[in-house]
Design a protein around this ligand. Structure first.
Ligand code: DGL
Length: 285
């Protein structure tokens, strides 16, 4: 159970909710953001782990997909969203987007030194450790795969497994339109995964937070024997640890509803409703 209120970027009164970073306390909300709906898969893991916290989730659906934009543009959009959540008095920022983390995590941490800033990265480490010597396929956006951050991560594990990478930008667009199953999506996924039908990987890393929504379709196409990994749970655990370290964990007991405020840059109320529906229906792996 949780409480939902909706704030649209174009009509919220920033002065009414401004609390200022100096005033953040254990009872301040956690700010979670993504290019759109994807970050909900991380939000759900956060709420599962810390139901006694308050959350503000911001989806930048008006600018999704980030994966098709230049790194510079994604960095600017990310900084702008982070500034909004900071001004809203968030006690920590969770970048629930692999693409935004890849291009902006360092500048975010330099800018917001007084609160924890947690990013997400493709869950390559657990996938490799559980499948040493095997074949791992990383699905992510083009930007994530080409940024230095992912390449450093890949170099670290390359000697332990055969790692292939594949950009799957179309999935983001399906999810942004509320499509997580069906023939069209299945055909798209079958098409991009066709090179791997003969050379089936042992594991697939879902390196974009939109992708866990289509996990069942991916399994349907590639086979149930392939294990899927995503970074949502690990990001929730890191957030929990950081809040403890900064003495910012909520002291509220877990009884009752979790308060979540959903915000979207797209003024269409359907987008906010879709975020809520995704949150309700998503079952954490
Ligand atoms: N959900 C995002 C990620 O984790 C970005 C998807 C996009 O907007 O292209 O990479």
């Amino acid at each position: 159970m949780y409480y939902v209120s909706c704030i649209y970027e174009n009509n919220y009164d920033i002065n009414a909710i401004f609390r200022g970073s100096e005033m953040v306390t254990e009872s301040s909300p956690i700010g979670v953001f993504d290019s759109g709906m994807g970050g909900i898969t991380v939000l759900k893991q956060l709420v599962n782990l810390m139901p006694n916290e308050k959350y503000i989730f911001y989806g930048d659906s008006a600018n999704a997909p980030y994966g098709k934009k230049s790194s510079d543009t994604v960095r600017k959009l990310t900084m702008s969203t982070a500034a909004k959540l900071y001004e809203m008095g968030c006690k920590c920022l969770v970048v629930a987007c692999n693409t935004a983390t890849s291009v902006a995590i360092n500048v975010l941490r330099d800018t917001y030194r007084d609160i924890p800033v947690i990013g997400i990265e493709p869950a390559l480490k657990p996938a490799v450790l559980a499948n040493e010597g095997g074949h791992i396929l990383v699905l992510a956006t083009n930007t994530t795969l080409h940024e230095e951050k992912f390449n450093t991560l890949m170099n670290r594990y390359e000697s332990k497994a055969r790692i292939s990478t594949l950009a799957a930008p179309g999935i983001v667009e399906f999810v942004e339109n509320g499509i997580t199953c069906g023939t069209q999506l299945e055909e798209y996924i079958a098409d991009i995964l066709s090179p791997y039908q003969e050379d089936v990987p042992n594991a697939i890393v879902l390196g974009c937070t939109h992708f866990p929504f289509v996990a069942d379709t991916i399994k349907k196409v590639i086979g149930n024997q392939v294990t899927l990994y995503d970074g949502g749970k690990g990001t929730a655990a890191s957030t929990h640890n950081k809040l403890d370290e900064y003495l910012l964990s909520s002291r509220e007991p877990s009884a009752g509803d979790t308060e979540i405020t959903f915000c979207n840059s797209d003024p269409d109320p359907a987008k906010t409703l879709l975020m809520k529906q995704f949150f309700d229906s998503y079952v954490c792996p």
